[in-house]
Design a protein around this ligand. Sequence first.
Ligand SMILES: NC(=O)C1=CN([C@@H]2O[C@H](COP(=O)(O)OP(=O)(O)OC[C@H]3O[C@@H](n4cnc5c(N)ncnc54)[C@H](O)[C@@H]3O)[C@@H](O)[C@H]2O)C=CC1
Ligand SMILES: O=C(O)CCC(=O)C(=O)O
Length: 488
Amino acid sequence: MTVQETVKTYKNFIGGKWLSSSTEKVKPSTNPANKDEIVGYVQISSEEDVDQAVEAAKLAKKSWRKLTGAARGNYLYKAANIMESRLDEIAETMTREMGKTFPEAKGETARGIAILRYYAGEGMRKTGDVIPATDSKALMYTDRVPLGVVGLITPWNFPVAIPIWKMAPALIYGNTVVIKPAEDTAVTAVKVIECMEEAGFPAGVVNLVTGRGSVVGNRMIHHPDINGISFTGSNQTGKLVAEGAIARGAKYQLEMGGKNPIIIADDADVDAAVEATISGGLSSTGQKCTATSRVIVQEGIYERFKERLIARTKELTLGDGMKENVYMGPSANEGQLNTVLSYIEKGKAEGATLVLGGNRPKDPELQNGYFVEPTIFENVKSDMAIAQEEIFGPVLALIKVDTIQKALELANDVSFGLSASIFTKNIENAFEFIDEIDAGLVRVNFETAGVELQAPFGGMKDSSSGSREQGEAAKEFFTSIKTVFVKP
Ligand SMILES: NC(=O)C1=CN([C@@H]2O[C@H](COP(=O)(O)OP(=O)(O)OC[C@H]3O[C@@H](n4cnc5c(N)ncnc54)[C@H](O)[C@@H]3O)[C@@H](O)[C@H]2O)C=CC1
Ligand SMILES: O=C(O)CCC(=O)C(=O)O
């Protein structure tokens, strides 16, 4: 391919060095708001590049593990400070690479910095317990030890937060890392790794290899020296990660899709419920695994809620996320746009009523990007594809119900179980919802999206492999427990 000289080429980071792939091939990472704009070129790496990165991580693991937690934490603190000094630049790269608005990208980068600091502090916290032994002279205790080399496969929808919420706990608990970011957001990932390089992490502790999932990701799944794999992305790829990891006895962790319900009870605060539905369903162009998509509304409030939702959604500005006052950017890539458009067609074909949007916008300024209008359907039945399958786009499906019991039943009538929310002033309804809902993240009078970095995050049913990320829960995946018995 012809490479534009003025656009920077970004390399892999292996064993503390920036290296071109053995394929000598690069690919452009483009702006979904303007597909002619190339943000940077990234390496199309080979299996050999992965092998080299794993070898570097293997070589580094002993001395990294031997450092104290506090010493490892200092590297994370330094990386956080460096990232903070580059916050706007990294956020701008994120907006240009995947389309979310600049304020959202800044918020996410700030979240990445906070995650680094949270786990830096974790280096000073306890790694085990003393347990009474049956022998009164013996000391019995547990200690958390690292897995060794961990492979991290990350998606494009949170190009800073997800890589960091996997890397930071992996590193603080003493693992070395090989990360493969999504191709669409590889430049942003490189910039995060640059901050870690500048923080002075020893060579081989952090390695980055960019490229195709089917090559780089696949090699990571099957590499005999990768002791654990943490993955976020589609259910389809998640299954491959699980199968490959089980086949060779490696530990794995999957965070996958969602089809998240919000229940609006008759007694809900309509304005608050509408704002939460918009924020949960349409911010980041609906491209969050925690995004709201099934909007289950009790009949007494239905018309008021619907009218207000439509009116507020009409006010949202669609456009290039770098422009001021834009609420919603484009879909992150052409495939994603086509997926969203095909679900809109399916919704119409299945008999749901389109009440807003449903098309690509007509604005001439938006013709060169992957834009789609915020879309609302009503008369949606729970078994329709738009109510069952993850769309990952700005599409809301309104389902009318007569009772809260019916709302709860429908909220659970889906194969996913990531997040769920209810808007109600009735405490009994709220607690019944908390009790009954099959979801890993449960909200009352708050949107379905957004996570707290210090709390466990993960889903039930098809949304995850059952493990939890973030907060203290990350320790479960990134460490093994040694039970020690010492007899003098
Ligand atoms: N849970 C979440 O946060 C996410 C969910 N998705 C869902 O997945 C759909 C498709 O998006 P994609 O980007 O195609 O997801 P994906 O699952 O293909 O990509 C996620 C990561 O897996 C890698 N990958 C792809 N194929 C692989 C393979 N054979 N072996 C190992 N790694 C592989 C990708 O390169 C990327 O780094 C979206 O429409 C959405 O429904 C996508 C991204 C994030
Ligand atoms: O809602 C969030 O902030 C995180 C969502 C998430 O983890 C994802 O979409 O992959």
